[in-house]
Write a protein that binds this ligand. Structure first.
Ligand code: PLP
Length: 495
């Protein structure tokens, strides 16, 4: 299948789209058309393992990848998860389920894609004849960085460099990244917020001067952010898998609609749900949940995307984002795949900080999506109340989606479709905030908070987090946001 740029002018293979990461114009690669999954194919997938389901979905888009190889790559990727199903569905009652996506090596849903991306990228480079080393630059609001570092550490022919906002990630996230092992990795804190990190990295990606200079040094750039289709594709798979699990456990019949509520930042996770729907999965409403940074809620309710507003640091830092990159892919679809219109809107956002969609686009948007946001107090209350009622501890991001899902269900009693809340991180990844929510206690030390949470909830502590305590810190560099390219050169010139 071919891929085209949301801003026009480029048609490439899937392998090329993944190797390159982002289109030359700054646009994002999208499939030329959505591949269909028929009812028969869905029925066939019922009997498959998670890895097999993932390979089947991926192969629909990446048909130049060998299916058998893709399948064994999926099996290897998901073997790194805790034992059992990598994406288990927890039943709360017959109308509410939680899809747990945090059982991977770094305890956030980013592992669902980033354990597989190294294979997709290496293969993509092989298929397109790339000879250079691949330099991966990542801007992270906390979880992508760690998951990408783990996925690519010591990968042959790859170097990876991660930038995170110095004051914008949780203590645990910072510790996870600064103690990263591997000979080919580098981590730099940036004196700014996530949006500036993302914009700075995108600027390097689209600068011909940077690209030429790096090429002379023997490197091509690629991205592990969700602007890369190789990140998005594995995420589509878990929506299929969750649906199939509901069917095979007789919770629903094949063909029944299911709603999903997704804690949203860069719009990658929820966009994957939309892609699943476009492929034929019976998805009902998609509830887009934001935190106090509620720019997406406003956009879905009004049709105006306006980033000229205050940026808040919250206890769900992976959603502290004002420029939601993957929205561009949805705007492209809403506009009837109008590349000119999409390009103009993205330029308007960059220059004026605001754009607006047409009425008929907004209608289509509201048919697909509902939206809500969850403030800091509501996050705390949701974690506390849900644990009181169901003894189920959830992290701060998942709480935003649970809150939005609750509001949606209360306001739409006629919508009888079951709701699946997508859980994006282990509560142990944000132990102080979750313990504050559960007990009202402010525990200064992350590991003490983990211990107390383990006693309070009896939930198993992920080894990858408890191990951090004894790991040496390797990365302490802090840079200004306009000095990131200099840091890149320092890293690759270092012998
Ligand atoms: C990245 C992340 C999100 C936001 O996902 P997007 O795909 O960027 O919308 C939500 N929760 C957690 C825990 C995350 O790591």
């Amino acid at each position: 299948m071919n891929f085209i740029s949301t801003r026009g002018g480029e048609t490439v293979s899937g392998a090329q789209a993944i190797a390159q990461g982002i289109a030359k114009s700054g646009g994002l690669f999208v499939p030329e058309q959505f591949p269909e999954v028929s009812r028969e194919e869905l029925e066939e997938m019922l009997g498959m393992s998670y890895a097999e389901r993932a390979a089947a979905v991926l192969h629909k888009y990446l048909d130049e990848y060998d299916y058998g190889e893709l399948k064994s790559a999926c099996e290897k990727a998901y073997a790194q998860f805790e034992e059992g199903d990598p994406a288990p569905l927890v039943k709360i009652d017959s109308s509410l389920y939680i899809l747990e996506l945090f059982h991977g090596p770094t305890c956030a849903f980013k592992d669902m894609a980033l354990t597989l991306l190294p294979y997709l990228l290496r293969k993509g480079c092989d298929l397109t004849g790339v000879k250079e080393q691949v330099l991966i630059l990542v801007a992270t609001s906390g979880d992508t960085g760690k998951a990408a570092l783990e996925g690519f550490k010591n990968a042959e022919g790859v170097k990876i460099m991660v930038f995170y906002p110095n004051d914008g990630v949780s203590k645990m996230q910072k510790l996870q990244m600064s103690t990263q092992e591997g000979d080919n990795v580098n981590v730099v804190a940036v004196r700014s917020n996530f949006d500036d990190c993302q914009t700075a990295v995108k600027t390097i990606f689209t600068s011909e001067t940077c690209k030429e200079e790096l090429k002379e040094k023997g490197y091509i750039l690629s991205s592990a952010n969700s602007i890369n289709f190789g990140r998005l594709a594995p995420q589509i798979a878990y929506y299929f898998s969750a649906y199939l699990d509901l069917v095979s456990s007789d919770q629903i019949s094949m063909g029944d609609k299911v709603n999903f509520a997704v804690p949203t930042g860069n719009f990658g996770n929820i966009l994957a749900a939309y892609y699943a729907k476009r492929m034929g999965l019976p998805v009902g409403k998609l509830v887009c949940a934001s935190n106090k940074n509620n720019i997406l809620t406003d956009f879905i309710k009004t049709g105006v995307y306006d980033k000229r507003r205050e940026f808040y640091k919250t206890m769900s830092p992976s959603m502290d984002i004002l420029i939601s990159s993957n929205l561009e892919r949805l705007l492209f679809e809403l506009s009837g795949r109008n590349t000119e219109r999409t390009k103009l809107r993205m330029e308007k956002l960059a220059f004026d900080g605001v754009f607006e969609i047409y009425d008929e686009e907004k209608e289509a948007l509201n048919e697909l999506f509902a939206a809500d946001f969850c403030g800091e107090d509501e996050t705390v209350e949701t974690i506390y109340e849900f644990f009181e009622e169901y003894q189920y501890p959830m992290d701060t991001h998942t709480a935003c989606a649970m809150y939005a899902a609750g509001n949606y269900m209360a306001a739409n009693k006629k919508d009888a479709a079951p709701m699946v809340v997508v859980s994006t991180a282990s509560p142990y990844k944000f132990p102080q905030d979750v313990m504050y929510a559960l007990t009202g206690n402010d525990i200064k030390d992350s590991f003490k908070a983990i211990k107390h949470m383990n006693i309070a909830t009896a939930m198993k502590v992920p080894k990858s987090l408890s191990k951090l305590r004894d790991k040496p810190v390797r990365f302490t560099a802090v840079a200004d946001k306009d000095k990131l390219y200099g840091e890149v050169l320092k890293f690759i010139d270092k012998k």
